[in-house]
Write a protein that binds this ligand. Structure first.
Ligand SMILES: NC(=O)c1ccc[n+]([C@@H]2O[C@H](COP(=O)([O-])OP(=O)(O)OC[C@H]3O[C@@H](n4cnc5c(N)ncnc54)[C@H](OP(=O)(O)O)[C@@H]3O)[C@@H](O)[C@H]2O)c1
Length: 319
């Protein structure tokens, strides 16, 4: 007796659901592995453990006269970076979207460091138009830039579309970082061979694959997934820049600050922030790697994802 051929619809359905189970398991594995690794390494205790290997002399260098541009500098890690570089003698340009918050941050840093060479530049990193206008204004100053820190970033949980038509996380984290870097490159070239562009990515990137769906059109919007994927794109972009502009005397770095208690984390991840209360790094601890990268001599370029401590750089896969 011949058995009836399997119904093709059932076969397709079984295949589809096996694929969804596999995708679900992969996602669950990524999140669990990321959570455990992060708990051990990215928290305050991870910082304290890794900092035993720090050489204090590395952070003691001064960089008087170097011009440093830092985006998102009025709060959290950006503020700590601006403060750290200003206290080591740098001339700091704090790029902030809000004039009042920016002025407040500038005057706090000027008075606490005694360095008057700290300036405010108002620019909304979610707007390509604004970034273009900022970079042309900056070119008119006719000064070299030694360090650009692409720090401005956010995790917006709801889908928000900017006035220029882009999803907001993508607009700031990816498009803003991209435009800022490309438009400021000619100014950084003036300080070759020692110019540096540092992009503050995130260990969150471990939780998302590299995607071409940059506006998150494919499925129901999820801010955390979008943020993680944006952060992976930043690491991939850094590698591309290093490849493309390797001969221009500019070092490109992406880094992860660890998990730091900042206004951004409290706002975007309230449950995470609450359950890790007292266990997260301070903004200063989060900023140590960003501050260290411009201070170090001859640190190579490109595929570095300095994540745990300034002295613990390693390569990561971005695919
Ligand atoms: N804290 C962490 O644990 C952690 C972990 C991994 C990575 N990071 C990364 O670290 C960076 C700094 O984050 P944070 O934790 O310090 O958060 P934060 O305190 O919210 O600081 C973010 C800064 O970016 C600015 N910003 C946001 N959107 C902007 C826009 N459209 N134009 C200009 N500036 C804008 C904010 O300005 P306003 O004050 O005006 O909002 C603020 O100054 C981000 O790139 C973040 O992804 C943080």
């Amino acid at each position: 007796m011949q058995s009836a051929p399997p119904n093709p619809t059932i076969r397709i359905q079984i295949r589809v659901s096996l694929l969804s189970v596999a995708m679900f398991l992969l996602k669950a594995w990524r999140s669990t592995a990321f959570g455990v690794y992060g708990y051990l390494n990215f928290t305050k205790s991870g910082f304290l453990e890794h900092s035993k290997d720090f050489n204090p002399e590395d952070m003691a260098r001064r960089i008087d006269g170097k011009n440093c541009v830092i985006t998102g500098a009025n709060s959290g890690i950006g503020y700590a970076t601006a403060h750290g570089l200003a206290s080591r003698g740098a001339t700091v340009y704090m790029v902030c979207r809000n004039k009042e918050r920016g002025e407040d941050a500038v005057s706090k840093i000027q008075s606490s460091t005694g360095n008057q060479n700290v300036h405010l530049e108002v620019c909304d990193l979610s707007s390509v138009r604004d970034i273009k206008s900022f970079s042309s204004r900056f070119k008119e100053k006719d000064i070299p830039v030694h360090v650009l820190v692409n720090n401005a970033g956010l995790l917006e949980n709801k889908r928000v579309t900017t006035s220029e038509g882009y999803e907001l996380n993508f607009a700031v984290n990816v498009l803003g970082t991209y435009c800022m870097t490309e438009l400021m490159l000619p100014i950084l070239e003036k300080s070759q061979p020692d110019a540096r562009i540092i992009t503050v990515s995130s260990g969150g990137m471990y939780a998302a694959p590299l995607t071409t769906d940059l506006q998150f059109n494919s499925s129901k919007f999820d801010g955390v997934t979008q943020y993680s994927s944006n952060k992976r794109v930043q690491v991939a972009l850094t590698e591309k820049w290093a490849e493309k502009y390797g001969d221009k005397g500019i070092g490109f770095y992406s880094m992860h600050p660890g998990w730091a208690e900042t206004p951004g984390v409290a706002k975007s991840l309230p449950s995470f922030s609450k359950s890790f209360e007292g266990k997260l790094r301070t903004s200063d601890e989060g900023a140590d790697t960003v501050i260290c990268l411009p201070l170090k001599h001859h640190i190579g370029t490109g595929n570095l994802f300095a994540e745990i401590a300034p002295y613990n750089n390693r390569s990561v896969e971005t695919k």
